[in-house]
Design a protein around this ligand. Structure first.
Ligand code: SAM
Length: 246
């Protein structure tokens, strides 16, 4: 997968050299380019923002550097928009990021992220970009950050760990929270007793059938307690007839 990130703070992306994302880059599973948007400015102050039309607080990112940056990253517009890169624009006004969206994005060949700052990006940038890319405005959640950089790091981490070969044991990806519409059951490791607290006996029984049943019940209980909204909107196949008994 090829990923390009446009930002006025390239230093934010130093962590992309660490841990499993760094490894995915060195093994060639992931190719990342981080670009300073100010490279596409032409004035002495390298200006990327201006006052909003219509008035109001703060500054808005001017369209010209973005347009020029996209022209450089995508010099030949794709013939077929269906296979064009996906441009992800983080914004609190976008669709909510989710594991399902991460999985969709993990199937793409190329992603481009546009990190907004100030009050955001001139809307015409997105309209123009939509003529040659599939644009998705994406929100991390119902709160407002200073800028898109942290949001992009979060989204990238969720996407990259789904790329085939990035995580050694692929079962980790199917047996985790949000993989099947439920939250994961609580986890335990050694020692068996710690500060007087015992690991549930069933997990030490070696009975895989019992363990699976216990985990399933815990997963349902935890989801009901922490995220009743997930249970309420679960597809019928998420729950099975055995769940009634547990
Ligand atoms: N004026 C915008 C609004 O009210 O919707 C908020 C702008 S915010 C201060 C600046 C930038 O931070 C946004 O352009 C976006 O890139 C990023 N950002 C802030 N909150 C975000 C969120 N919840 N999800 C994704 N990106 C966010």
């Amino acid at each position: 997968m090829r990923v390009d990130v446009l930002t006025i703070f390239p230093d934010y992306f130093a962590p992309l050299s660490l841990s499993l994302i760094g490894k995915a880059r060195t093994t060639g599973l992931l190719d990342v380019g981080v670009h300073d948007l100010r490279e596409w400015t032409h004035d002495v102050h390298r200006t990327v923002d201006d006052t909003p039309y219509g008035g109001g607080p703060g500054m808005v990112m001017r369209p010209e550097p973005w347009g020029a940056a996209f022209d450089t990253l995508l010099p030949v517009p794709p013939e077929d928009l269906d296979v064009a890169p996906v441009l992800i624009v983080p914004t609190p006004a976008g669709e909510r990021f989710s594991q399902a969206l991460a999985a969709d994005l993990a199937a793409e060949q190329r992603l481009i992220f546009a990190c907004g700052r100030y009050e955001g990006i001139d809307q015409r940038v997105l309209e123009d970009a939509a003529t040659r890319m599939r644009v998705r405005e994406v929100s991390l959640g119902d709160y407002v950050l200073f800028g898109g950089e942290v949001a992009v790091l979060v989204m990238l981490e969720a996407v990259v760990r789904l790329l085939p070969g990035v995580i050694g044991n692929a079962d980790s990806l199917t047996e985790e929270s949000h993989a099947n519409g439920l939250l994961e059951a609580p986890l335990y490791t050694k020692p068996a007793v710690w500060r007087g607290r015992e690991v549930p006996e069933v997990l030490r029984s070696g009975d895989h059938g019992k363990i699976a049943k216990w985990r399933r019940a815990q997963s349902l209980l935890r989801t009901a307690a922490q995220r009743p909204d997930m249970l309420a909107s679960a597809a019928p196949e998420t729950l099975d007839k055995h769940d009634v008994a547990t």
